[in-house]
Design a protein around this ligand. Sequence first.
Ligand code: NOJ
Length: 565
Amino acid sequence: MKTKYILLTLLIMNSMYITSSPAMPSWLKQAVFYQIYPPSFQDSNGDGIGDIRGIISRLDYIRSLGANTIWLNPLFSSEFKDGGYDVTDFYSVDKRYGTNSDLVELVNEAHKRGIRVCLDLVAGHTSDKNPWFIQSQQADANLRYSDYYIWPAFIPDDISEWAAGKYIPSDAPRGNYYIKNFYACQPALNYGYANPDPNHPWEQPMDAPGPQAVRREMKNIIAFWMDKGVDGFRVDMAMSLVKNDPDKKGTMQLWHDMKGWFAERYPEGVLIAEWFNPTEAIAGGGFHIDFIAHAEKDNYTSLFFNREGGEFEPLVCYFDREGKGELRTFMEMYSRHYEAVKGKGYASLPTSNHDFQRPNCYTRNTLPQLKVAMTFFLTMPGAPFIYYGDEIGMKFLTGLPDVEGSRGEDGKNRAGTRTPMQWDGSPNAGFSTADTSRLYIAQDPDPQRPTVAAQENDPDSMLNYVRQLLKMRSGSAALGNDGDWKLLSDVNRPYPLVYLRSAGDERYCIVLNPSDKRVTAEFPSLESAGANCRVTTAAPAKYSRGKKTDKVTAPPVSATIFKME
Ligand code: NOJ
């Protein structure tokens, strides 16, 4: 009796902590993100490049999907050697996208429609043309921005090849090398070293004046935009800030401190990490959301990458009609992160993003296949992230030339996932009135390419399927961001994938079969009075209830959502 009482008290305390935690913005529970790559969404002035006024004109469309939060890739002044991730001025919108006032108007117009707006904070580096970096190059090390960057005198010989690759030779009076973060034109900002080596005077501790000044600058940038009404940030390469930090303790501490400041000042603001390790980012660094995506081999690669970067040898993946994929890699990793961040934040699974292939890629290119993939994305826990165009099944294009650094240093094709949005049947699919040769990136040449207009009135379209799923999700605590998740099928018998979403008495059983074979799964009985099919992409799976075990048989390439009574 006593134990029961203690357990109950603990349970109440725990749920109080979760629901009343000031660290979680109240709206996140219902948040559905829509990611916009600004140069590719909607051009309003006919120069072939998307812009802010174009985005404003499409806000009603975004709302019509059931999305309620936008994440915009960087819009700040840039040299565009890395699609805007090489910032020259964090306090101004680049003129090709409009003005700061346009961005404020976008925020206001979005808010009127119940849409929140998140920007992209490139916290780890700047452009090498940023005035801070230019000043930092001077021999005088006592200038305002001198220590915003890291200036090694030599490359230590005890470091790995990877770490040595970060040292970029320089003829600046200040030093022989600077440290880069991504491309050589992106010098790393100096947040200090977790384990500074006294023999390397450029390795400043995290609490040294330079690194502290950089932190203050980041807070200024955050406050500058938050005070204009923005709702939060996705933080680029958030895991990269503190150097020589193998266990990420320094970087977690840094974000933990930043988050404390942020949450106090902007309790309804959101911080989303690009870390690809939700346990570290959320449980350690205090972020609200992190992605499980493409970054590491074990992330979501095993589920969706059927052709790495679109240009290389085909890979075997789970969401493929061949049905030769495996689930263990993903499930082990996902379950670990899911448990570690439960109640603290979300490990989100984006449909794709500007860095890696869309679901429509290679042989995963039919409507039923794409619907199965979308069912997965929109019925998993955590806030959904829909990358623009995935809601109509836009294709990942291969064979495109480099556009503004789209071909990463490893030769990956990122242009193929950044092609302009396909709105309608007019020239350039309604993206721009510019001559086709001037488009930011060439569009899918297929005359049958998917468009919003063509799908709008087709009840079976991908677009309307996304709307249907999001509507269902918004009306259900079980299917929502916080609903519980449990794998039901056997991880060693990967097809079909069956999982349960639940909240209190409300339960949904999701059955996904990406393969072109009829497949069956058996799992411990859910002890329900009935399984009602609520959504299906093909003939529904068959659910048989048993005393000890339940059984589902799924037709080829199908998704079924059952409501358990
Ligand atoms: C990650 C961004 O998503 C990517 O597009 C960019 O190239 C690198 N960070 C460098 O900022």
